[in-house]
Design a protein around this ligand. Structure first.
Ligand SMILES: C[S@@+](CC[C@H](N)C(=O)[O-])C[C@H]1O[C@@H](n2cnc3c(N)ncnc32)[C@H](O)[C@@H]1O
Length: 225
């Protein structure tokens, strides 16, 4: 009935997956088929992420909810009971998978459609057919070796400035610095790198500037990992 049986990832493997994906504070991590919630819990507790899990098995979903409540993580972790093929993933900064190659293959068009440039996908043991990993790593754990595949959605989001001048006193220091870099050719990823912050933070600031009229639009160019 289910696409994949429940086999939990060992904690050491999860930590390495999240390290490889370079999960930063407040980034949003989706675990597709979240089982008992262990990826979500480590992402929230140890990496300061906001985590979202989708689990098709009701018993596991309930177990997951209970663990999250017991740990007081409800404000950082959300869990849905359902089929991950039916959920919008566009908000993700990082997606973790421990499924099967055949399921990854079916998932691939959805990931390509919905994930934004710069999103990292890290898969335990099973590759995403047709994608080129930027890292493949073997991790030796107690009784077996695990393969980890890291992918990154290529492309760029380029904020286009408008002629509207916004009152600088209405902006924070970081917002002013982002605005300074917006020139019609610098991408959100470049700005994030220059400012040492996350894509998410820069995207949120660009969206605020768009609402204030300082940014005309954000051009998105996407590729296949
Ligand atoms: C191999 S386990 C991995 C659990 C967890 N991600 C981890 O790494 O510990 C795969 C999980 O995906 C769930 N699953 C399989 N197909 C699913 C689907 N279409 N939608 C949501 N969950 C699914 C299974 O019930 C199972 O709990």
């Amino acid at each position: 009935m289910y696409d994949v049986p429940f086999v939990p990832s060992p904690e050491v493997v999860i930590r390495r997956m999240l390290q490889l994906a370079d999960v930063r504070e407040n980034e949003v991590v989706y675990d597709l088929g979240c089982g008992d919630g262990r990826v979500l819990i480590i992402a929230a507790k140890e990496f300061g992420a906001r985590a979202v899990g989708i689990e098709i098995r009701r018993d596991l979903y309930e177990q997951c909810l209970k663990r999250i409540r017991d740990l007081g993580l409800e404000d950082r972790v959300k869990v849905y009971h359902g089929n991950f093929f039916e959920y919008d993933l566009s908000d993700a900064d990082v997606v973790t998978l421990y499924l099967l190659t055949s399921v990854n293959e079916r998932l691939r068009p959805k990931l390509e459609r919905e994930l934004r440039p710069g999103t990292r996908v890290v898969s335990h043991d099973f590759e995403v057919p047709g994608w080129r990993p930027i890292i493949i790593e073997d991790l030796y754990e107690e009784w077996r070796s695990h393969k980890l595949y890291l992918y990154k959605v290529p492309g760029a989001e380029i904020p286009i400035p408008s002629d509207v001048d916004v009152p600088l006193e209405a902006l924070s220091d970081l917002e002013k610095r982002v605005l300074k870099y917006i020139d019609g050719s610098t991408s959100i990823e470049d700005i994030a790198r220059k400012l040492g912050t996350t894509l998410r933070t820069v995207r949120e600031i660009v969206e605020k500037l768009r609402k204030m009229g300082a940014v005309k639009e954000v051009k998105v160019v996407k590729g296949t990992p």
